[in-house]
Design a binder for this molecule. Structure first.
Ligand SMILES: [Cu+2]
Length: 386
């Protein structure tokens, strides 16, 4: 994977490449976050300097390799002081971004956090000034420290592909008018995100989907900066095994169909999909105070071997009319979400459906053959003819 915009100076030694990494970011308070309903709200965050840079939520994913010597430079272009806390990384106190023991960076000043990436794993970074407010405003990102080889850790399991999912949430009233400092439990989130995207925006962004063939080994790096408790639900066909927690290998790896992630936690997993795995990973967000389910998001899992022409899985439901031009009726035996895949295997559209008859307007899809798969892996074909 690319280390975007990082400047690398590598010294090739007989068995080891030591890299000096310079990361240059800005922190700011004038971000604009697009929400699922098309509206926007304010966010504060980090981003790369220069052309193509600017504030993003979450902050840029940092990919390092064990042994990298890192200078994480940032310039604060906003009115309030900020820091970068390297959450979980083995750094010394002077470089960990906690204001009292490290340093803050004030308006139009720059600072550098220096550390060596000693342990492979999944980490986070975030601002540690008035933490509850600056976090919920969006000042967080993920750091992955890779081994030289594509393995989770030395003598650990290997993988052929890798996905990162950072879960977070926000309370719209706070982001719209960020005036106060809050105790942690006063944040009552009402927008719930996967990599900064909500709801149908996740399915619409094909890069969020896991695409695999049976037998592949796919690494998942997951972490939470949410104020909610996260529960991931893995279809059993994914054969998800949790190998690492909070930047260390677990003494005993464990198979998971459910994984709870509390605020600040990270896990590294390997999935080895088999059978009818073209489903979705459900991500539930629970209120930390009363335990109520607040929201669910879906991460698509696509079987690259299921060509639309040859699919024969569970043709249990049908569209009427079929072929259709725009509005079709779809009968569902349960409440679920339908993901529409083009003949190229790309998820192009997603819609919630209720138990019973649903009228769906598919008029925005170009003419062609589509495979509609629900959250339980049941599929139907629909032809759109304009
Ligand atoms: Cu801050």
């Amino acid at each position: 994977m690319m280390k975007k915009l990082a400047i690398l100076i590598c010294l090739a030694l007989p068995h080891l490449a030591l890299c000096q990494i310079e990361i240059n970011m800005i922190s700011g308070m004038d971000g604009e976050l697009l929400l699922e309903d098309g509206s926007t709200t304010n966010f504060w965050g980090y981003g790369y300097e220069g052309p193509g840079g600017g504030l993003v939520l979450p902050a840029p994913l940092l990919e390092l390799t064990v042994g990298d010597e890192v200078n994480f430079n940032f310039t604060n272009v906003s009115a309030e002081a900020h820091t970068i806390h390297l959450h979980g990384l083995d750094v010394n106190q002077a470089n960990d971004g906690v204001p009292l023991t490290s340093f803050q960076v004030f308006q139009n000043q720059s600072g550098t956090y220096s550390f060596t990436a000693t342990e492979p794993g999944t980490y986070l970074y975030h601002c540690h000034v008035t933490t509850t407010l600056h976090l919920t405003m969006g000042m967080y990102g993920m750091i992955v420290v890779h081994e030289e080889l594509p393995v989770l850790f030395s003598n650990g399991p290997g993988y052929s592909d890798e996905h990162t999912y950072l879960f977070s949430d926000l309370e719209i009233a706070v982001n719209d008018v960020p005036t106060d400092a809050y105790p942690f439990h006063d944040i009552d989130p009402d927008y719930f995100m996967v990599n900064g995207l909500q709801g149908e925006m996740i399915a619409a962004d094909n890069s969020q989907a896991i695409m695999a063939q049976a037998g592949d080994s796919i690494a998942l790096r997951v972490g939470s900066m949410a104020y909610s408790k996260i529960v991931m639900h893995f279809p059993s066909e994914l054969n998800a095994v949790v190998y690492m927690s909070d930047g260390r290998a677990l003494p005993q790896a464990f198979a998971a169909t459910e994984l709870e992630i509390y605020p600040g936690e990270r896990f590294s997993l390997i999935c080895q999909p088999q059978g009818d795995f073209a489903q979705a990973i459900q991500v539930d967000y629970y209120d930390m105070l009363n335990g109520e389910l607040e929201h669910s998001n879906m991460i698509n899992v696509i079987d690259l071997d299921v060509g639309i022409e040859e699919t024969n899985i569970h043709e249990i439901k049908n569209f009427f009319p079929n072929p259709a031009r725009d509005v079709v009726q779809y009968e569902s035996v349960y409440d679920t979400k339908l993901f529409f895949y083009s003949a190229q295997g790309k998820c192009v559209y997603a819609r919630n459906v209720k138990q019973g008859a649903n009228n769906l307007n598919l008029g925005l899809l170009p003419s062609g053959l589509y495979l509609a798969i629900d959250e339980f892996g049941k599929s139907s074909r629909i032809v759109i003819e304009k």
